[in-house]
Design a protein around this ligand. Structure first.
Ligand code: ADP
Length: 233
């Protein structure tokens, strides 16, 4: 048995606001193995983003355990979780969160320039060029994000998420701001990345895009309603 990249055990999340408690997640058990392509789908408010945030060490569970590459990260400090998050996890969100004052190239290079271990400019160039090619936007490298279409901007965020060679990509509603043609293009890029070995966990409310994953998890009211897996992997 290989060690899963992410393992979640009996995970609960309760939000407490002004005397009101929201049980966003209840008793979630989930493992993500290296190389998998998982989708998490379900209706709005069922807990998809909350689960992704906790798995991405952006938020903490109320109770339950979270293991990252076999290490129990449930009780680490903020600094320790940030170190794992920056090194091991690539994020892609509905909002592109690109810096308009920087070129596409420099946006993608940013995680490497802020890496804890300094990386030579030559290595940064190699890695950025590789990621630009992988998502098919090399000719756009010198443009600013505002000079790109939404689909092209999402390709930049995919390249930025890949550049530090993360163990897993966590993706939250990647097509939420895109037209249908750009959405299909972005999902095709994600699928191609998985075919080349990238581990993917994609949150989507879009049933067709959820179906593209090789393992599909359905949430309802904070609980896993069921899962299906492609048998011809
Ligand atoms: P989904 O991503 O499936 O739309 P979310 O994970 O965003 O669902 O939300 C799950 C539940 O938790 C919802 O009832 C939502 O209103 C609630 N929730 C999410 N974030 C917060 C928060 N920061 N404070 C209070 N309630 C929250």
């Amino acid at each position: 048995m290989t060690i899963p990249i992410i393992k979640v055990q009996k995970l609960d999340k309760v939000f407490s606001n002004d005397d009101m408690l929201t049980h966003a997640l209840q008793g979630i058990d989930l493992e993500i193995q290296q190389g998998e392509y998982i989708s998490i789908s379900g209706p709005s408010g069922c807990g998809k983003s909350t689960l992704l945030s906790i798995m991405g060490l952006l938020d903490f569970a109320t109770t339950g355990k979270l293991f990252f590459e076999g290490v129990d990260v449930s009780n680490l400090t903020l600094e320790q979780t940030a170190a794992i998050r920056n090194k091991k996890i690539g994020f892609i969100f509905q909002q592109f969160n690109l810096i308009d004052e920087l070129s596409v190239y420099d946006n993608i290079a940013l995680p490497l320039r802020y890496a804890k271990q300094p990386i030579s400019e030559e290595d940064i160039n190699k890695k950025v060029d590789y990621c630009l090619d992988v998502v098919g936007i090399a000719p756009l490298a010198r443009r600013r994000p505002t000079q790109l279409s939404g689909g092209q901007q999402q390709c930049v965020t995919i390249a930025r998420a890949l550049v530090a060679d993360p163990a897993i990509l966590l993706v939250d509603e990647p097509t939420g701001n895109l037209d249908s043609k750009s959405s299909d293009h972005v999902m095709a890029i994600l699928e191609a990345l998985n075919n080349q070995g990238t581990t993917l966990c994609v949150v989507t409310h879009d049933i067709d895009y959820a179906e593209m994953a090789k393992r599909k998890i359905y949430l309802l009211d904070g609980q896993v309603l069921g899962q299906t897996r492609l048998n011809h992997q």
